[in-house]
Write a protein that binds this ligand. Structure first.
Ligand code: FES
Length: 354
């Protein structure tokens, strides 16, 4: 018997088998106990990735899948499946004596972590001192690009970026969400706060997922972001929500690590649509963007000549828009011609459009 091992009684054979899978904390070790092929096995309970609790994972054959993001380990050897078997969680000795099951510390095999190249998103991205201001436009408009249509929010966003480049001497970048293939948020936050990781666990494990462009743009590149959305049924575009759900990993860093990833930046919105619910759409969109830097609001308003001048511009634009409406009142009151079944019905011979 190894004199370096210290044995800890877990319970009677039947009790322990009936309780599996379960975890126990012994000294500094968190140990998961599994039953496989009628044999008890003990491995480290904390996943090598971000510490997910393996005893809560699903077991298929000899492999347990971490409940947080799906890394797998053999409950017998602690190793990953073929191809990933350089990685290992600790394994612990078990014994049965006089009907009692005990586990030994320290582990028989220690944890083995392969040094992965850090994701580009985690690297430092220094901005050269003489770099021009950077403006990122994000279009959230959904559209079939093989059969495009005129999108008011898209056009205004493009106009804003062209102006920013040509007149304001800013570098610009346009991301159209509809051109990115990215997955829905999988709600890892609901499993545990630390299960929602930065970078997003989907980004880490799925090289095909293209939301990296948005993370990169928002966190590392842009000084100003302009988000454009149409109003759809009184809400922002569904692509906007699909994107912001995936930004939970950014917000979550504030909560769990006091790490504000989007700071000292400005977000602006282009929201177009009918009269339906624009206030709520704008308010709903601000939920995410204002939260990133909510403590500086008062300081910013006190210090910022730009904000004072923007509020003056705002009233000027409002007045200018009203003048435009007033000058074109007759034209504005003409019915809008649309194509589609409704319009065809209205345009039947002998009928006059209302
Ligand atoms: S897969 Fe286990 S913590 Fe991420």
């Amino acid at each position: 018997m190894d004199p370096n091992l210290t044995w800890h009684v877990l319970g009677s054979n039947e009790e322990v088998k009936a309780r599996t899978p379960f975890a126990v904390e012994i000294e500094e070790h968190s140990i998961a106990v599994f039953l496989h092929d009628a044999q008890l096995h003990a491995i480290g309970n904390r996943c090598n990735h971000k510490g997910g609790p393996l005893c809560e994972g699903t077991v298929t054959g000899e492999y347990v899948k971490c409940p947080w993001h799906g890394w797998e380990y053999s409950v017998i050897t602690g190793r990953g499946p073929t191809g990933y078997d350089e990685e290992q969680v600790p394994t612990f000795a078990l014994r049965e004596e006089a009907g009692l099951v005990s586990v030994a510390t320290p582990p028989l095999m220690p944890r083995r972590l392969i040094a992965h190249k850090p994701l580009h998103l985690l690297e430092e991205h220094l901005k050269p001192a003489d770099a021009r201001p950077r403006i990122l436009g994000i279009s959230t408009t959904a559209m079939d690009d093989t059969n495009p249509r005129f999108s008011t929010s898209d056009i205004l966003l493009q106009h804003a970026l062209t102006h920013a480049g040509a007149v304001l001497h800013a570098d610009t970048q346009l991301i159209r969400l509809r051109e990115l293939a990215f997955r829905h948020c999988e709600g890892n936050y609901s499993k545990a706060a630390r299960a929602c990781t930065w970078p997003c666990a989907i980004t880490e494990r799925d090289p095909e997922d293209q939301l990296t462009a948005v993370y990169e743009g928002l966190v590392h590149w842009a000084d100003v972001v302009i988000i454009a959305t149409p109003i759809r049924w009184g809400r922002a575009s569904s692509l906007y929500f699909k994107m912001t759900e995936r930004l939970n990993c950014v917000q979550n860093q504030v909560t769990i690590a006091d790490n504000v990833l989007i700071k000292n930046k400005v977000a602006a919105f282009i929201i177009t649509g009918g009269q339906d619910n624009v206030q709520e759409v704008a308010g709903g969109m601000l939920t995410f963007w204002s939260e990133q830097d909510m403590e500086t609001n008062v300081r910013l308003v006190r210090a910022s000549e730009a904000l004072r001048s923007a509020s003056a511009d705002l009233v000027g634009r409002a007045l200018m828009t009203w003048r435009m409406i007033d000058e074109h009142r007759a034209e504005m009151e003409q019915p809008m011609e649309r194509t589609g079944r409704k319009a065809q019905r209205l345009n039947r011979p002998g009928q006059v459009m209302a």
